[in-house]
Design a protein around this ligand. Structure first.
Ligand code: PEP
Ligand code: MG
Length: 570
C-alpha cells in the first residue's frame, strides 16, 4: 500500500497507463537571419495561443468556465510582452534558434517562480513549463500524447500532469489519476475535482513500482494507492466504489430541500468560493448563498492588481447569479501563506503574525482598500452583498473600516452612484483576541463568521501548515471548542447572525456540536453541502444538547474526537 496526497475524492479502479511526455531535446543552433527566426517564433506563439484557446473553449463547454480559467491563465502568460520580448531579444542578440531561446527564458522564469517556495508560485512554475513545451512542440512538429483516447477503465499514472493534459482527459474512460508530483491545490488537482475523477498526487517513486497494465486501486479521499491487490482487497474496494457512487446519487435528493433539523431549527447552508465562476457549483449543489468569497483569488495569478472596475464586475456577477441570496464577500486577506508578488510585501519574520489581511489593507487605503470597498459598495446595488473583514483583533480595526466605508458611501452619494445603504459589515472571528472580546464585538458589528482554520492555529499557537506539529492542530481541542461555543453564545445573546466558514463547518463530527451551540450558518465547499444537509435533517438540536455537554466535559482532543466519532457512527 502506498500513500500520497488525497486530491480528488472517490475510488478509482483500473489498468495503469503510464503517460509520459517525451523529453524534448533542445539544441542550440546558430542562425543567420534573426528577423526570419523571430517571425518563426511569432508564428509558433500564435499557434500555441490558438491551441490553448481551443482547449479552453472545449473545457468551458464540457466542464465549466472556472476550469477554463486555468488555460486562460496560460494565454495570459503567452501574451506577456516581457517574456516574449526577452525571447526575441535573445534570438537577435545571441543569434540562436527559437527553441533554445524559449528554453532559456521560460526556464529562467519557471525557476524563479519555483524558488519562491509557496504552492501558488510552484503552480506558476508548472504553468510556465507547460507553455514552454507547447511552443517548442509547435516549432518541432511534435504531437502531444493523445490523452483523450485512452481505453475505458484507465488509471492514469504520470510524473506530473500539466493542466492542458488534465483538461484533455475524457472522464468516461479515466477512472483515476495518480501523480508523483503536485499538491492538493495544484491546478491539475483542481481540474480532477471539477471532472470528478478520483486522484492521488505527490506520491513520489510510484512510477518505479508500476508497469503499464498493472491493476491499480486508488482512494482519492485518503490518498491510498494499491498495486495489483489480492482479489479480496479488490472486491472490498469495488464495494467502496459502489457505495461512494450510490451516496453521491442519493444526496441528489436533498437538492431543493430545506436545511432544517427534526425539531424545526432552520440553518443556512452556504458556500465558500474563490472566483465568480464558482457560483456554477454553488447553484449545482443548491447552496443557499455564499458564506465566504475569498477575494484574494482575484488578485492572484496576474501581474497587477485588478482595477476597481474589474472587481466591481466580479462581485456584481456573483450577487446577480445568487439572485437575492446572501453573498458574504471577504475583503483582501493576503500575507501569511498567500503571497502576491506585485504587492511589494516584504517577507515577514513571522508571516502568520505579521503584516497581513486587514492590517495591510488599512495601511494601503488609497491603492488597495478604497478601490475594493468602493467596488463592493457599488456591487451591493445588484444583490444581497455583505462585507466581511478578515483577521480582526481589536475593535479599532473594525471602526477604521467602518469609517472608511461611510466615507466611500458619502462619495458615492455625491456622484449619484447606486449602492445598498444598509449593506452589512461583519467580521471573521479567527483570532484568539477577537474570540475573547466576542461580547464587545457582537454589540457593534453586523455579523460574525468563525474562521476555524485560523482560529485553531492562533488558539493552539500552531502553524496550520507545519506537519511536525499537526497533531496539535485540531478544532476538537477543548480550548478551541470553548472558543467556538463562546463566540456563538455572544452572537446569539446580541442577536446577530453567526456563521462558520472554516473547514470545521462541513466536518461530520463537528456539525452536531455546532447545531447544539446554535450556529446559524454553515459555509463550506459546494460539493459538501448536500451531505451536510442530510446530516442536519437527521438531528434534533434539543437531543444534541446532551451530546454537546458530554463533548465539552472532556479534557483532551482525543477523548472529544473518539466520543464524536462514536456518536456519528451510532
Ligand atoms: C479560516 O481561517 O477559517 C478561513 C475560512 O479563512 P482562510 O482559510 O482563507 O484563512
Ligand atoms: Mg483565515
Amino acid at each position: 500500500m502506498y500513500k500520497g496526497t488525497n486530491a480528488s475524492a472517490g475510488i478509482g479502479i483500473g489498468k495503469a497507463v503510464i503517460v509520459e511526455e517525451k523529453e524534448l531535446v533542445i539544441q542550440r543552433e546558430t542562425i543567420t537571419d534573426s528577423a526570419a527566426e523571430i517571425q518563426r517564433f511569432k508564428g509558433a506563439l500564435e499557434t500555441s495561443m490558438e491551441q490553448t484557446r481551443a482547449l479552453a473553449e472545449d473545457l468551458a463547454t464540457r466542464v465549466g468556465e472556472k476550469e477554463a480559467e486555468i488555460l486562460n491563465g496560460h494565454i495570459m502568460l503567452l501574451s506577456d510582452p516581457m517574456m516574449t520580448g526577452e525571447i526575441e531579444s535573445m534570438i537577435q542578440k545571441d543569434q540562436v534558434n527559437s527553441e533554445f531561446a524559449i528554453e532559456n527564458v521560460c526556464t529562467m522564469y519557471a525557476d524563479m517562480f519555483a524558488s519562491m517556495g509557496d504552492e501558488l508560485m510552484q503552480q506558476r512554475a508548472t504553468d510556465m513549463r507547460d507553455i514552454k513545451t507547447r511552443m517548442q512542440k509547435v516549432l518541432m512538429g511534435v504531437e502531444s500524447v493523445d490523452i483523450a483516447s485512452l481505453p475505458e477503465g484507465t488509471v492514469i499514472l504520470a510524473k506530473d500532469l500539466t493542466p492542458s493534459m488534465t483538461a484533455g482527459i475524457n472522464p468516461a474512460n479515466v477512472t483515476g489519476i495518480v501523480t508523483e508530483l503536485g499538491g492538493r491545490t495544484s491546478h491539475s488537482a483542481i481540474l480532477a475535482r471539477a471532472l470528478e475523477i478520483p486522484a492521488v498526487v505527490a506520491l513520489g517513486g510510484i512510477l518505479e513500482v508500476v508497469k503499464n497494465g498493472d491493476m491499480l486501486v486508488l482512494d482519492g479521499s485518503d490518498g491510498t494507492v494499491l498495486v495489483n491487490p489480492e482479489d479480496a482487497v479488490l472486491a472490498e474496494y469495488q464495494g467502496k466504489r459502489a457505495a461512494f457512487l450510490k451516496e453521491k446519487k442519493e444526496l441528489e435528493k436533498y437538492i431543493g430541500k430545506p436545511s432544517i433539523t427534526k425539531d424545526g431549527v432552520t440553518v443556512d447552508l452556504v458556500a465558500n468560493i474563490g472566483k465568480p465562476e464558482d457560483v456554477d457549483k454553488v447553484l449545482q449543489y443548491d447552496g443557499e448563498g455564499v458564506g465566504l468569497f475569498r477575494t484574494e483569488f482575484l488578485f492572484m495569478d496576474r501581474n497587477a492588481m485588478p482595477t476597481e472596475e474589474e472587481q466591481f464586475e466580479a462581485y456584481r456577477k456573483v450577487a446577480v447569479a445568487m439572485d437575492g441570496k446572501p453573498v458574504i464577500i471577504r475583503t483582501l486577506d493576503i500575507g501569511g501563506d498567500k503571497e502576491i508578488p506585485y504587492m511589494g510585501l516584504e517577507k515577514d519574520e513571522n508571516p502568520f503574525l505579521g503584516y497581513r489581511a486587514v492590517r495591510f489593507c488599512l495601511d494601503r487605503k488609497e491603492d488597495v482598500y478604497r478601490p475594493q470597498l468602493r467596488a463592493l459598495l457599488r456591487a451591493s446595488a445588484f444583490g444581497n452583498i455583505k462585507i466581511m473583514i478578515p483577521l480582526v483583533t481589536c475593535i479599532d480595526e473594525y471602526r477604521a473600516v467602518k469609517a472608511l466605508v461611510e466615507e466611500i458611501k458619502a462619495e458615492l452619494d455625491e456622484k449619484g452612484m447606486k449602492y445598498n445603504p444598509d449593506v452589512q459589515l461583519g467580521i471573521m472571528v479567527e483570532t484568539a483576541a477577537a474570540s475573547l472580546i466576542a461580547d464587545i464585538f457582537a454589540k457593534e458589528v453586523d455579523f460574525f463568521s468563525i474562521g476555524t482554520n485560523d482560529l485553531t492555529q492562533y488558539t493552539m499557537s500552531v502553524d496550520r501548515g507545519n506537519d511536525k506539529i499537526s497533531y496539535l492542530y485540531s478544532t476538537f481541542n477543548p480550548a478551541v471548542l470553548r472558543s467556538i461555543k463562546r463566540i456563538i453564545t455572544c452572537a446569539r445573546e446580541a442577536g446577530i447572525m453567526v456563521g462558520m466558514c472554516g473547514e470545521a463547518a462541513s466536518d461530520p463530527m463537528m456539525i452536531p456540536l455546532l447545531l447544539a451551540f446554535g450556529l446559524n450558518e454553515f459555509s463550506m465547499s459546494p460539493s459538501a453541502i448536500l451531505r451536510a444537509r442530510k446530516m442536519i435533517t437527521e438531528y434534533s438540536t434539543k437531543e444534541l444538547q446532551a451530546v454537546a455537554d458530554q463533548a465539552m466535559s472532556f479534557a483532551t482532543t482525543t477523548e472529544v474526537e473518539n466520543y464524536m466519532r462514536e456518536f456519528i457512527n451510532s
